[in-house]
Structure formats: C-alpha cells, structure tokens
Design a protein. Structure first.
Length: 69
C-alpha cells in the first residue's frame, strides 16, 4: 500500500525565501536557519529552494500554540 502525497497545483502554493522573509518579517539567514533546523520544510528545484504555503501556515500555527502555553 503506497502513501499518497498531495502536490501543490499552482505556483502560489510554493513560496521563495524572499516571500517567506516578507511574510515573517525576518531576515534571509533567519529563514535559512529555520530550513536548516527543519522547523520549516522545503523542497529544492535545482538550486532553488521553495517552501509550500501550508508548511508556513503550520509553522505559524505551531508557534502560536507554543506561545499560548
């Protein structure tokens, strides 16, 4: 039995590092630190790094839940 993976269907479902920087209002190295520590999941397309929007949404939700406790 195989696991089905949902793949984004539009270019808006994948964010660039500068887009994530703008949305989180943090610097480039901070975004790469989140990627390096796997707090944010990403995919690589050649040399490009892309972050699925649902990953960013999940990251924000988890951080809000952590801060609420």
């Amino acid at each position: 039995m195989s696991t089905l993976l949902t793949v984004p269907t539009t270019g808006e479902d994948l964010l660039t590092v500068p887009q994530v920087m703008a949305r989180l209002q943090i610097g480039r190295s901070a975004v790469y630190d989140l990627l390096r520590t796997r707090q944010l999941a990403s995919i690589s397309l050649g040399r490009a790094r892309r972050i699925p929007t649902h990953t960013l949404t999940d990251f924000i939700r988890i951080r809000l839940e952590q801060d609420a406790t």
